[in-house]
Ligand binder design. Structure first.
Ligand SMILES: NC(=O)c1ccc[n+]([C@@H]2O[C@H](COP(=O)([O-])OP(=O)(O)OC[C@H]3O[C@@H](n4cnc5c(N)ncnc54)[C@H](OP(=O)(O)O)[C@@H]3O)[C@@H](O)[C@H]2O)c1
Length: 317
C-alpha cells in the first residue's frame, strides 16, 4: 500500500487536509506538500493524491499513483494535464456539498437585478433619493444550463421562489428537478435561450462547452435577460458578451467565473456597465465540508467497490 499525498498550494489548507486524513485514517502514511519542488519528490511514493490546484509538471512524477481525488467540483485541469499517468482514476467532491452556497449566489444576483440594486448603489454614491419601479422574480422564467447536482439544486431554489424553470443539458432522460421543460443538446440551445428572463450556467469546462454562450445565443436572448455564470468561464464568448451588453441585446451579466482567472485589470469585462464580476466565490471549498466525500471513496477504493463522482476522462466531466 502506497502513501496518501495531500497537496494544496496554500500551506495552511494543505495542513488542514493532512490533519483530517491523519485523524480519520491513522494507519495510513500521509505525506503533504504545498509546492512543486517538494511535492515532486514525494509523489513518487504516493498511491493516492488528495487536493487541488496541482502545479503543472507534478502529475507526471506520480508513477505509482492509482487514484486522484480533487476536492473541488471542477476537474478540467487534471483531465487536460499532458502528463496525467494512464490508468489513473479521478474523482471529485460531489456538487451537492457546494450547491446550497451557489443557490444563494444565484438568488442574490436575480434579486439584485429585479430590485435594481445597481441603480440604488449609483444613486447612493450621489446621495440622490429618486424612486423607481422594481420588479418581482416570482413568475419570471429562469433557465439552468447544466443539470448536475448543482444545477438541479439551483433549479429547486428558483422554483421555491416562484420562478418557472427550464433546463438545458447534454442528454435526454428524467431530471430530479421541478422543470417546466428540458431542452437537450445544441440543437435546442436557441429555443432554451429565448424562453428565459435569466440564464444560469452551471456547465463544466470541456471541449464541448467552449463558447456555448456565443453571439448567436445572445441574439436569441430577450433584451431584458441576464446571464449568470457560476460554472466555468470557457462557456462564455466574452467578446460577444461585452458587445451584447453594450448594444443592449441583453440586459447584463453576473460572472463568478471568467476565461482568465484572476481577471487582469486591463480586461474590458471590468468596465462594462451591468456586468458584475465576482472573484470565483460562489462555491468555496471548505476542507471539513468536502472531506467526507474523500473518506467515502477511500473506503470504496480499498474495498475495490465503485467510486462515487468518478470522472469519465473521455467526456471530461
Ligand atoms: N463557481 C464556483 O465556485 C463553482 C463551484 C463548484 C462547481 N463549479 C462548476 O460547476 C460545474 C458543475 O458542477 P456539478 O457538480 O453540477 O457537475 P455535474 O454533476 O458533472 O453536471 C454537469 C452538467 O452539465 C451538463 N453538460 C456537460 N456538458 C454539456 C454539454 N456539452 N452540453 C450541455 N450540457 C452539458 C451535464 O449534462 P448531462 O446531465 O446530460 O450529463 C450535467 O447536467 C463544475 O464542473 C464546476 O466547473 C463552480
Amino acid at each position: 500500500m502506497g502513501a496518501i499525498l495531500v497537496f494544496s498550494p496554500d500551506r495552511a489548507e494543505a495542513d488542514a487536509y493532512r490533519r483530517l486524513v491523519a485523524d480519520a485514517l491513522p494507519g495510513e502514511e500521509v505525506l503533504w506538500s504545498s509546492d512543486l519542488a517538494d511535492a515532486a519528490g514525494k509523489i513518487a511514493a504516493a498511491e493516492i493524491l488528495l487536493g487541488w490546484r496541482f502545479p503543472p509538471g507534478l502529475l507526471g512524477h506520480g508513477s505509482r499513483l492509482r487514484w486522484i481525488h480533487k476536492v473541488s467540483a471542477g476537474v478540467e485541469d487534471v483531465v487536460a494535464a499532458p502528463d496525467l499517468p494512464s490508468g489513473l482514476r479521478l474523482t471529485r467532491t460531489g456538487g451537492e456539498v457546494i450547491a446550497q452556497r451557489m443557490v444563494e449566489y444565484v438568488l442574490g444576483a436575480i434579486f439584485a437585478t429585479t430590485q435594481r440594486f445597481h441603480r440604488a448603489f449609483r444613486q447612493a454614491q450621489e446621495s440622490r433619493w429618486e424612486s423607481y419601479p422594481v420588479r418581482r422574480a416570482r413568475g419570471m422564467t429562469a433557465g439552468v444550463a447544466g443539470l448536475g447536482d448543482i444545477g438541479r439544486s439551483i433549479a429547486r431554489g428558483l422554483n421555491a421562489n416562484g420562478m418557472t424553470v427550464d433546463g438545458w443539458r447534454r442528454s435526454q432522460g428524467p431530471v430530479d428537478a421541478p422543470l417546466r421543460r428540458l431542452h437537450v443538446g445544441h440543437a435546442a440551445l436557441l429555443d432554451f435561450a429565448s424562453a428565459c428572463d435569466f440564464i444560469v450556467s452551471v456547465l463544466p469546462a470541456t471541449r464541448e462547452t467552449d463558447h456555448v454562450f456565443s453571439a448567436g445565443v445572445f441574439q436569441a436572448m430577450r433584451a431584458t435577460a441576464v446571464l449568470i455564470n457560476v460554472g466555468r468561464g470557457n462557456s462564455v464568448d466574452e467578446q460577444a458578451l461585452i458587445s451584447a451588453v453594450r448594444t443592449r441585446q441583453i440586459a447584463g451579466a453576473f460572472l463568478d467565473v471568467v476565461s482568465e482567472e484572476p481577471l487582469p485589470p486591463e480586461n474590458p469585462l471590468w468596465r462594462v456597465e451591468n456586468i458584475v464580476i465576482t472573484p470565483h466565490v460562489s462555491g468555496p471549498i471548505v476542507p471539513e465540508e468536502v472531506f467526507p466525500d474523500f473518506l467515502e471513496n477511500y473506503a470504496r477504493f480499498r474495498d475495490g467497490r465503485e467510486l462515487l463522482k468518478e470522472i469519465d476522462l473521455n467526456r471530461g466531466y
